[in-house]
Design a protein around this ligand. Structure first.
Ligand SMILES: Nc1ncnc2c1ncn2[C@@H]1O[C@H](COP(=O)(O)OP(=O)(O)OP(=O)(O)O)[C@@H](O)[C@H]1O
Ligand SMILES: [Mg+2]
Length: 346
């Protein structure tokens, strides 16, 4: 087995025990969780990392509203301003701006009691934002002179500028943005609203394809992202790729060895990191890949109760869709992995 894989697995073993050395990474205030594929763990990570950060603004930029549901199970009946109300005035002339959009999480999720954490709810209306954004940018580009630059910048940085105001209002110092699996619209704006990216990749080939697509989006001059750059050429770097749904060998004596599937995807992801290392926040590929075990029943219970994994204990059970589900024995390991990811970003 190659030495880089050994280094990575030894570190994962230390992380599982809760005694790994922190990685030598720069830290940022605002991260976007993004990869152009669904069901890979973006929202689960956004929810659990939001819990681990004590004062945070968590932003739901996905029209499915899954993160919003984690924070408020009754959000459909609770009338409030959403991210759509906040963004639309930047693209449709004549609309008044929406402010004080953030809501305190502890008001609707008891597990966040005592934390100065807020969230910006999403809205299914966000599904129509892509056409509004692209029409408005197209129109703006017909304007001649320096005004064009100012107008396009204001559009591309509309989410960033709104979040700066909301963070000031809520006295939060950190921000995590959850995105949809699609680039156009809110995800595009979320790439310009953050300092760096967290990229979940599931252990399957489609996730590798979507990682390649994301890297192309960030790097290819012909991509929609690169063709519409703001005047300062802002492009977020990647802080961390989190390989989700990892499994480990159950062969006796093979402790700390990934199963074959996990091993294959560790190698594929490391190849891509090496190829695009200038798009990462440090020059060492090994600083940018962390493994997160398959949550199994623990994840199902966390979702069903909107309860952060950090607060679950082994053996806790719940009947979900008539199936008795339990928090797995490996919950401590997953908690340590999540805490380590948190320590690498804030
Ligand atoms: N290691 C893991 N990391 C993240 N999610 C995991 C992991 N293991 C299992 N899961 C499960 O995988 C599912 C991931 O769903 P999640 O909603 O977080 O994905 P998503 O990327 O946000 O999807 P979408 O693009 O549809 O919004 C959840 O049911 C979660 O419990
Ligand atoms: Mg999601």
């Amino acid at each position: 087995m190659s030495s880089y894989l050994d280094t990575l697995l030894n570190r994962q073993f230390a992380i599982a025990q809760g005694d790994a050395e922190p990685l030598p990474l720069p830290k940022f205030d605002t991260y976007t969780i993004c990869n152009l594929r669904g069901d890979i763990g973006k929202t689960s990570l956004a929810f659990n990392l939001s819990y681990l950060a004590d004062d945070i603004l968590a932003v739901d930029a996905c029209p499915q509203c899954n993160l919003t549901y984690f924070f408020d199970n009754d959000y459909l009946n609770n009338v409030h301003l959403t991210i759509y109300d906040m963004l639309l005035p930047a693209f449709v002339p004549g609309l008044g701006t929406a402010s004080h959009v953030a809501k305190k999480i502890s008001a609707t999720n008891e597990f966040f009691e005592g934390k100065n954490s807020f969230y910006i709810p999403s809205d299914t209306q966000l599904y129509v934002l892509p056409s509004q954004v692209s029409n408005a940018i197209f129109q703006a580009k017909t304007i001649t002179g320096t005004q064009q630059t100012e107008i396009v910048d204001a559009m591309l940085f509309s989410l960033r500028d709104n979040l700066i105001r909301e963070m000031k209002d809520t006295k939060t110092s950190r921000c995590i943005i959850d995105t949809s699996p699609f680039f156009s619209g809110a995800t595009h704006l979320a790439l310009h609203a953050c300092d760096a990216l967290i990229v979940p990749v599931r252990t399957d080939q489609q996730s590798i394809n979507s990682l390649s697509l994301l890297m192309k989006t960030l790097s290819d001059p012909a991509s929609e992202f690169r063709r519409n750059m703001p005047s300062d050429q802002h492009c977020p770097k990647i802080q961390m790729i989190v390989l989700t749904h990892c499994g480990w060998s159950t062969v006796p004596g093979s402790r700390n060895r990934p199963n074959q599937q996990t091993k294959v995807y560790v190698e594929k992801v490391l190849d891509i990191i090496r190829q695009y290392i200038t798009f990462f926040t440090s020059p060492d590929p090994l600083n940018h890949l962390l493994l997160l075990d398959d949550f199994l029943g623990t994840g199902r219970i966390s979702s069903a109760k909107s309860k952060p994994i950090e607060l679950l204990s082994e053996g806790e059970s719940l009947t979900i869709n008539r199936v008795r589900t339990e928090v797995n024995a490996s919950v401590r390991k997953v908690q340590n992995q999540l805490k380590f990811i948190h320590s690498c970003i804030f």
